[in-house]
Design a protein around this ligand. Structure first.
Ligand SMILES: NC(=O)c1ccc[n+]([C@@H]2O[C@H](COP(=O)([O-])OP(=O)(O)OC[C@H]3O[C@@H](n4cnc5c(N)ncnc54)[C@H](OP(=O)(O)O)[C@@H]3O)[C@@H](O)[C@H]2O)c1
Length: 343
């Protein structure tokens, strides 16, 4: 029998995770939870998803709007083996009390503090640590992007120190409440930024410092990274490693992929739904290795990069498979997540 999963929050992350669950042979989407009967609620109904209201107040609003609503969050929890909470940062921690009362395991997102869960998670780093756990947090988009490559390098060569500058998109495309501003904003103006600390919730002993700035774009984040490795390697060795790592894709500026706009255009040309790019994108030419020092530039599609990790976290927590690479392979096959190259 497939595992019964609920998704609480149906925004940027929740709607993508919900759809990804429907594509898994070992999972079933039982329903989704929202507070407002807006167009995304109508969309959920059109897609055939069962709709639940966050609370009794919301339930009344859904009924007044004439939307078919199955009940409230607590009703959904009666019928699931696990919930993925994709509500705005801070709401998940409040919802946790309800999950605990109902005895339902839950996945939280990167907007929650690390202590909301027993484990902060990235599939390529610590799948094993999430096996059988009740509360797991899938780290944020930037941290997921950093961890995919840092864990890969750490396992292959060892990492001594990392410094990363994170150039953040100002908002998601759908957001209007905090749209791009005509400025470059240090985020924060003090150093370091929180991203390095977040990486350390998974790669605990890593010596990492990050700084971040926000720029007026909605497409993707870009990271400029320096790493000191534990041993000397060659450029070719690193490129071979990255080209053969799941969920990491190399693009070439020489072939015209010179910006995040080109990456998005390519995803659109490839017919990717919503131009989602769950892979970490690394510019091949930016990879420079000198002895035990390495530099590179990478891009992160904030709206979709954490989706495969949510699916793997479900599998680990419910012990659908205890083998990380088996879960990653199944997730990537069902979602069309590439390795090596986008085309
Ligand atoms: N967006 C990104 O780039 C990104 C990337 C990685 C991780 N994350 C993290 O993912 C989480 C979700 O972010 P998001 O960008 O997907 O947010 P979002 O687009 O604002 O969506 C939030 C969803 O949660 C629902 N919601 C709000 N309060 C709720 C409640 N009490 N009970 C049930 N549903 C509720 C909202 O529904 P209503 O509209 O009906 O209220 C909405 O569907 C955050 O922790 C965020 O930090 C976001």
């Amino acid at each position: 029998m497939p595992a019964r999963i609920g998704v609480v929050g149906f925004g940027t992350i929740g709607k993508r995770v919900a759809e990804a669950i429907t594509r898994q042979p070992d999972m079933e989407l039982v329903g989704i939870v929202k507070t407002k009967p807006d167009y995304t609620a109508e969309l959920a109904v059109k897609l055939g998803y069962k709709l639940y209201a966050a609370n009794q107040d919301s339930l009344r609003k859904f009924e007044e709007a004439g939307l078919p609503v199955k009940g409230v969050l607590e009703d959904l929890l009666e019928n699931v083996d696990l919930v993925v909470d994709a509500t705005p940062g801070g709401v998940g921690a409040k919802n946790k009390t309800i999950y605990e009362q109902k005895g339902v395991p839950a996945i939280f997102q990167g907007g929650e503090k690390a202590d909301v869960a027993e484990v902060s998670f990235n599939s390529l780093c610590n799948y094993e640590e999430a096996i059988g756990r009740r509360y797991v947090r899938v780290v944020s988009c930037n941290t997921t992007g950093l961890l995919r490559i840092l864990c890969t390098l750490n396992k292959a060569y060892g990492l001594k120190r990392v410094y990363a500058t994170i150039v953040r998109r100002a908002a998601d495309p759908k957001e209007i409440k905090r749209g791009p501003v005509n400025a470059i904003k240090p985020d924060p103006a003090t150093m370091p930024s929180h991203h390095g600390e977040d990486v350390k919730t998974v790669l605990r002993d890593l010596d990492i410092v990050t700084a971040a700035v926000v720029v007026p774009t909605t497409l993707m984040h870009v990271h400029v990274v320096y790493a000191k490795l534990a041993r000397q390697v060659s450029n070719d060795e690193v490129i071979e490693l990255l080209a053969n790592t799941p969920r990491i894709v190399l693009v070439e500026a020489n072939k015209g992929v010179t910006s995040t706009a080109d990456i998005v255009e390519l995803a659109r040309d490839l017919g990717r739904k919503r131009y989602d790019i769950p892979e970490l994108i690394v510019w091949r030419e930016s990879i420079v290795v000198k002895g035990d020092e390495m530099y590179w530039m990478q891009a992160v599609h904030q709206e979709s990069i954490v989706v495969p990790e949510n699916i793997d976290a479900i599998r680990a927590m419910l012990k659908l498979t205890t083998n990380a690479m088996d879960s990653i392979a199944l997730t990537d096959k069902t979602l069309g997540v590439k390795r090596g190259t986008l085309i």
